[in-house]
Design a protein around this ligand. Structure first.
Ligand code: ZN
Length: 162
């Protein structure tokens, strides 16, 4: 099995068996945010439970393409237990890999997320991969909702740019 095939298997595994796909009961320290990516039909509702400045729990519900849902599932695995500055650093690391096509300098923190590296070459799917991350950023800033179509820092979706 070559690396591309292995990565495809990892993505499909997260898509078929999403990790932390559940709902956290309302409690102090719970923040949540929704992201939609209308050009593909992806939706993610992400919940973060923050306790003493750390991510004590994280969960999501979502619908959409394999890349959007797998990316969010992998995000929840990489994020749990991290402090807010560590979450921001993880977000920067992933964003640099997907949006700028950079070689991740701290690849180890990304774990399964490395399987999404190829998305950097698929401009039409960048917003899919970033949907859960956009919800993470929004939740940390206490914004209820983000729309990927309004994020001009990302390449436009659609077959003409792929
Ligand atoms: Zn998508």
């Amino acid at each position: 099995m070559d690396l591309k095939q292995l990565y495809r298997e990892v993505i499909l595994d997260h898509y078929k068996r999403p990790r932390n796909a559940r709902v956290i009961e309302p409690s102090p320290g719970l923040v949540e945010s929704r992201c939609k990516n209308p050009s593909c039909g992806d939706r993610v509702n992400l919940q973060l439970l923050l306790e003493r400045g750390k991510l004590a729990d994280i969960a999501f519900e979502g619908v959409g393409c394999a890349i959007s849902q797998a990316s969010t599932s992998m995000l929840t695995m990489a994020a749990k237990g991290k402090s807010i500055p560590e979450l921001e650093a993880l977000n920067r690391e992933f964003r640099a890999m997907i949006v700028e096509g950079a070689e991740p300098p701290n690849a180890a923190v990304l774990g399964d997320l490395l399987s999404l590296q190829g998305v950097a070459q698929l401009h039409a799917r960048v917003k899919c991969a970033m949907c859960g991350w956009s919800a993470l950023e929004a939740a940390l800033e206490h914004r209820a909702e983000t729309n990927m179509d309004e994020d001009s820092s990302l390449p436009a979706s659609g077959p003409e740019v792929s």
